[in-house]
Design a protein around this ligand. Sequence first.
Ligand SMILES: C[S@@+](CC[C@H](N)C(=O)[O-])C[C@H]1O[C@@H](n2cnc3c(N)ncnc32)[C@H](O)[C@@H]1O
Length: 446
Amino acid sequence: MTAGPTAGTMDQLELGLGVPRLAIEPEWKAEPRLWGHSLHPMCSYLASFPAALSHAFIARYSRPGDVVLDPFSGRGTVPLQAAAEGRIGVGNDLNPFAHLLTAAKVEPPTAAQARTRATALRLAFGASAPSWRDLAAAIQADPTTGGPEPVPTEVALAFHPRTFAQLLFLRASLDLAAPTDRFLAAAIVGILHGKSPSYLSTLMPNTFSMAPRYVRDFAARTGFSSPERDAFDGLDAKLTRLYRDPLPRSGGLALLGDARDAGTRATAALTARRQPARARLVITSPPYLRVVKYGYYNWLRTWFLGFDSHAIDASLDDAHRRAPYLEFMRTVLRDLRPAMTEDGIAVLVIGDVATDRGRAVTDGHDLAERVWESAAAPEGFRLAGIADDDVHAHRKMTKLWGREAGRATQVDRILVLGATDAGRRRALSGARNPVDWTWPPRLRAL
Ligand SMILES: C[S@@+](CC[C@H](N)C(=O)[O-])C[C@H]1O[C@@H](n2cnc3c(N)ncnc32)[C@H](O)[C@@H]1O
C-alpha cells in the first residue's frame, strides 16, 4: 500500500534498526556555554546538559503556561529554563543533592531575602567566631574525636582553619527546609571547591570531588594547605552573579523521589496547587549505565549539606546493566504517560556508553533505539524519531574522565516521542520551527 506523505515524513531519514532520524539540528552547541538564566551555573553537576539544549525543545514544543516536567532533573536545568520562559517547570530527582539544587532554582528567594539572610548569618558568626574557631582547630587536629561528630579527614584538611570555622557555623545554622536557607546552601556548595579565588578550597577542581584516598595522599605528599578564603565574602560575590538576571516570572516545583512514580506525584502536586495537572512536555536525561556516582563524586558537598554520600549511591539507578535498565525505563515511562497531555511530547537524552572508567561496556550501544523498542513502544508511546548530539557528549565526558573522554559516551541520542499520535505529529511538525536564541527571551503575554 502506498500512502501519501504524512506530516513529518519529509523531515525523516531512516537510521539503523528502522528508527527514523528527526531533523532537529543541535544548534545549542553553537551557543555560549553559559547561555540562559544566571541561576543555571549555581553549582556544577555531573552529566548535566546545557540550558540551551532544553531551550531548543521548550521553545519548539511548549507554550507559556504549559507544564514542562523532568523526572531526572539533576541540577534543575529543565525546570529552571522552563520557568524562565514562562512555563511551569517541574523537576524530580531521587538524589537529595539534586533536589536541593532544583528546589533552589525553581523556588528562589528574592535577592533582598537572600542578602538579608546572608548578612544576618555573617553577623551571627561574628558574635560567636572564637568558639567556632576553637571547634575548627580541635577538629583539624583530630577529625575523629575533636568535634561533636566525626568529620572525614579529607574534609577537615580541605580548608584554611578560618574558612573551616565559618563553614562549620553555616552548616549548623542553615535550615535546608527553608527556601532562603536552601538557596544559600546551594550557592555555598557551588563555591566549595575549585581552582580560582572565588572558591573556598583549592584542593579539588570545581566539577567533582576527587577520590578521598587520592586527596589524603595528595595533601600528605604536597603538604597542602588551602589559602584563607572568607565564606561570607565568597557567598556575597556568588549572590551577585546568581541574581544578574531577574527571577523567572513563573514559579516551579521540585519533587524528591523515584522517577518510577514521578508522573503520579507531579500530577498530585500540581492538582493540589490548582495548576494544570498534566505535562505538555517532558525533557529528561535518565541516568547512564554505570557511569556516574553522584554521592562518591560529591563527598565534600554532601558533607556540608549533611547528606550521606553512600546512601545516595545505594539509592540511585545508575548501576544497571542493559536489561534491568530497560525495565527501569519502562516503569518510568508507564507512570509518565498518563501524566502527559494528549498531545504531550517526551524528549529523552540518552547517551551510548562504550567504556566505563576504562573498561569496555558491551551492552551500551544503541540505547536510544532499545529504550524505544523495549520501554516506550510497549507503553503506548508513538515514535517521532531520534536526533544526535555528538559534540556535546564528548565535551561532557571530557570533564569527567579526562583522556577516557569521548570513549565513555560516544554520542548522545535524543529520542523524541509522542504520548499519543497527536503528540507524535506535533513533534514532527514542531521540529521544523525555527528557534529564537535571544536571551533573555521575548515573552509573549501569558
Ligand atoms: C544524567 S543526570 C540528569 C542531569 C540533568 N539533565 C541536568 O542537566 O542536571 C541523571 C539524574 O538521574 C537521577 N536519578 C538516578 N536514579 C533515579 C531514580 N530512580 N529516580 C529519580 N532520579 C534518579 C540522578 O540523581 C541524576 O541527577
